[in-house]
Design a protein around this ligand. Structure first.
Ligand code: IMP
Length: 431
């Protein structure tokens, strides 16, 4: 890592392949931290011929002697966290790696997941707006409680009296919503309380003061990698609202959700796929609903790591990517899945939108406007070679080099890494 504090963010709609890029960068990081989101993320990492999918754990868990951090900005589903910790092989203890979960992170409760699913169904039946297509992991309802200041935090799990009173208060409200609005059965206090205490017994030893830990790590010159989840266009403020997640996925999110002062961020890397995908509802100007889209989906194995849903696929969108460069202050782009574009007759790249008859290179700040955008494409030749063995840009066929060069030129941002296949070693590292 060439800067002490680096932030890695998704530059599109999530699923850009951040997990494998983090995995490569984590090699030289001392600390790997997540700062937002929850188990809605699904980072797939291939290592040693084995596939790992992390929903909550930072991808650095596969390396020895690291500090891995779940920051205060996350909403943590304890069930999932316990499952992931138990599934680690080798165990963090054997690797000498330490996991610290912020006591200030919020707990996703079973009623959050239930409400997520019910609200999603209600939205899709309302007719006024189509469903967001959430992951059903309780993310939105949990963040609502956080901002409502009624949420249960990770620190509470080890305090039986505190958690009992918070749980009672929450259930008195949630059960009324479940019964009176949705006609569903209520949650029983005793059963849930027992579960919560069990979670506390397991997770308690991992709960710590992340602000202190990260502050110390920064002061002692440790190299820290912040791992963003989801993507810029799913950010609650900067994304395609309301078709977004409920947290700040952009680089700035790591200041509030990861306890790093803004001036300490040394480098921001945006991960972008060589084409685009999106899961769930919302505008997607370059979406392909034809055979080319199907081919991207099949070849790129574009099925959600968390929900298994088929991803919507489309051509690379430079208007959106330039927006991500600006909003995140990207210093470099990690370009993933370039190999998937081998063998197409030609490649299309969106260089502008046509909106209500006008050409624009500005990403609109409204989903209503973006819905009306049609892409203006520039065509590029493709290549037929298998590029998975390429280890430097000069190994790439000329059309692939031109494609990468065009991205650099039109974003004025260097491409620092290119993914040319699913394994760790299928990577071109440029700087
Ligand atoms: P939620 O985060 O589950 O509330 O879902 C809100 C929107 O974000 C939906 O369109 C999801 O499909 C999308 N989303 C959430 N997490 C991810 C992710 O990790 N990758 C891609 N899309 C995601």
């Amino acid at each position: 890592m060439d800067s002490q504090v680096q932030v890695l963010v998704g530059a599109q709609w999530g699923d850009e392949g951040k997990g494998r890029v983090v995995d490569v960068l984590a090699e030289t990081a001392d600390v790997v931290a997540r700062y937002q989101g929850g188990a809605n993320a699904g980072h797939t990492v291939m290592a040693g011929g084995r596939k790992y999918v992390f929903h909550l754990l930072p991808s650095g868990m596969l390396y020895p002697n690291r500090l891995c951090v779940i920051g205060n900005g996350l909403v943590v589903d304890p069930e999932k966290l316990i499952e992931e910790i138990n599934g680690l092989d080798p165990s963090p203890e054997m690797l000498g790696t330490r996991l610290v979960v912020s006591g200030a992170a919020h707990v996703v409760m079973p009623y959050h997941k239930k409400l997520d699913a019910l609200r999603e169904t209600a939205r899709s039946q309302s007719g006024s707006a189509s469903a967001i297509g959430t992951t059903g992991r309780g993310i939105g309802p949990c963040y609502v409680d956080k901002y409502n200041r009624t949420g249960i935090r990770m620190e509470d799990l080890t305090l039986p009296d505190v958690v009992a009173s918070k749980l009672r208060l929450n259930l008195s409200e949630k059960n009324q919503i479940l019964e009176k609005i949705y006609g569903e059965s209520p949650f029983e206090f005793d059963k849930l309380y027992e579960t919560v205490l069990e979670w506390g017994r397991f997770i308690g030893p991992y709960i710590g003061n992340v602000t202190f830990e990260l502050g110390e790590a920064i002061s002692s010159g440790k190299r820290i990698l912040f791992e963003g989840a989801q993507g810029t266009l799913l950010d609650i403020d900067y994304g395609t609202y309301p078709y977004v997640t409920s947290s700040n996925c952009i680089s700035g999110g790591c200041c509030t959700g990861g306890a790093v002062p803004p001036g300490r961020i040394g480098k921001v890397i945006g991960v972008a796929k060589a084409y685009c995908t999106r899961v769930g509802g919302g505008p997607f100007p370059t979406e392909l609903t034809d055979a080319a889209g199907e081919r991207l989906r099949e070849k790129g194995r574009e099925f959600g790591a968390t929900t298994g849903r088929p991803r919507r696929c489309g051509w690379l969108d430079m208007v959106a990517l330039n927006y991500a460069v600006r909003v995140n202050g990207l210093d470099a782009i990690a370009l993933t899945k370039l190999d998937i574009l081998s063998g197409f007759d030609e490649l299309l790249v969106c260089v502008a939108y046509e909106i209500d008859g006008d050409r624009s290179e500005t990403f609109p700040d409204s989903s209503n406007v973006l819905e009306r955008a049609t892409p203006v494409y520039r065509r590029f030749p493709s290549w037929n070679e298998d590029i998975s063995g390429c280890r430097s840009v000069s190994d790439l066929p000329k059309p692939a080099r031109e494609y990468v060069g065009f991205i650099e030129e039109s974003t004025s941002t260097k491409v620092c890494l290119i993914g040319v296949g699913p394994e760790r070693e299928n990577t071109i590292r440029i700087s």
